[in-house]
Design a binder for this molecule. Structure first.
Ligand code: NAD
Length: 327
């Protein structure tokens, strides 16, 4: 059995990726500062380690041939726009130490999970945005510290490959969503937040749903099952440059809300309030993805939400039941 490390295996994508790799016959070591919250890990070994520390990264990467580097201090727009120093500090330490420990331990391949947040703000000023191609990342001007750190780690991966011969792969995710992801607490992303708000609206029979800004900002959303397939295909490919991984079908946040409401069977009333909105529009250009992987994400936003909403509704209802019991 080939041995691999998934860092961030207690998080949303890392947990799903761990299950996928175990299903493919890999021996998986999961590492995170916390265990997965909603389901037991399928990892053969799970270590709770703080990967900001070099010695912990050495432990994490010992004896594995490949590393899937997903650990990050991250969250949705609200979190990312309010914690620049913490994010830049923590993620820089995590990534510098994980990559260098992988080199020190002789790991052969390393996949780094970057983000569409690397793309410059000046290319995303209109809701009707031109889809972003990989080369659009330069001249660089990411909106947040989160994106700057991703860009620097992309460079680090390139230089470690060129200077030390470790085969690096770089994936740029565009808004991944699905069940068993953070859905409350401030780190959740738009689809999960929307599902939660609409589940509470249904429960409390209050149809008012708050949306940050005018809701006309656009995004594309990619379902988790497509995401893990794409990660695996990229790791196995010989493509060494950054690659988008996302859906290329864009919707407004208002449309996202109406789609979730339809799935929930709820009538809602949108209330637009002040709040962080990120860039005005963002979409993935999947030309290179199709060319390199001979594949592209298959699951539509609606199909994905039909699997995600019921899971979040169940979490909301379970939480309400346990709060009532505690009173
Ligand atoms: P997540 O927050 O669910 O998972 C990240 C995990 O990293 C968490 O479990 C967290 O505990 C762990 N972590 C944080 N600090 C750590 C530390 N010091 N040591 C060890 N583990 C630590 O996020 P996710 O959505 O699963 O994202 C995975 C990766 O994909 C991240 O690198 C993220 O930046 C990237 N990404 C995600 C999206 C998305 O839409 N979800 C989009 C772009 C990029």
């Amino acid at each position: 059995m080939q041995k691999v490390l998934v860092s961030g295996a207690g998080g949303f994508i890392g947990h799903h990726l761990t299950s996928y790799l175990v299903g493919k016959g890999y021996w998986v070591r999961g590492v995170d500062i916390k265990e997965p919250e909603y389901e037991k890990t399928k990892a053969h070994e799970f270590l709770k380690l703080d990967m900001r520390r070099w010695e912990n990264c050495l432990t994490a990467t010992r004896g594995v041939e490949e590393v899937y580097a997903l650990a990050a201090d991250m969250g949705g727009m609200g979190f990312i726009s309010a914690n620049h120093a913490q994010i830049l500090h923590n993620n820089s330490l995590i990534n510098i130490h994980t990559l260098d420990a992988a080199r020190e331990n002789g790991c052969k391949r390393y996949l780094y999970t970057s983000s569409a947040c690397v793309y410059p703000e000046y290319k995303q000023t209109s809701a009707d945005v031109v889809p972003l191609k990989e080369e659009d990342a330069y001249p660089a001007q990411p909106q947040d510290a989160y994106g700057w750190e991703k860009l620097i780690t992309e460079r680090l991966c390139k230089h470690y490959r060129e200077d030390y011969g470790i085969e690096t792969r770089i994936v740029r995710f565009h808004n991944i969503f699905g069940p068993r992801g953070t859905w409350e607490g401030g780190r959740e992303k738009a689809p999960a937040a929307m599902c939660r708000k609409i589940a509470y609206a249904k429960l409390t029979k209050n149809p008012v749903i708050e949306i940050w800004g005018d809701g006309e900002q656009t995004r594309s959303f990619c379902y988790i099952d497509d995401c893990v397939i794409g990660i695996f295909k990229l790791m196995r490919s010989d493509f060494r440059e950054p690659l988008n991984l996302g859906q290329d079908h864009m919707v407004t946040i208002n449309q996202l809300a109406l789609m979730v409401a339809e799935i929930a069977g709820s009538k809602i009333q949108l209330k637009h309030i002040d709040g962080p909105q990120g860039v005005r529009g963002r979409n993935s250009d999947n030309t290179k993805l199709r060319e390199v992987l001979k594949w592209e994400p298959q699951i539509s936003l609606e199909e994905g939400l039909k699997k995600t909403y019921p899971w979040i509704e169940e979490q909301v209802y379970a939480k309400e039941r346990s709060l009532k019991k505690a009173v």
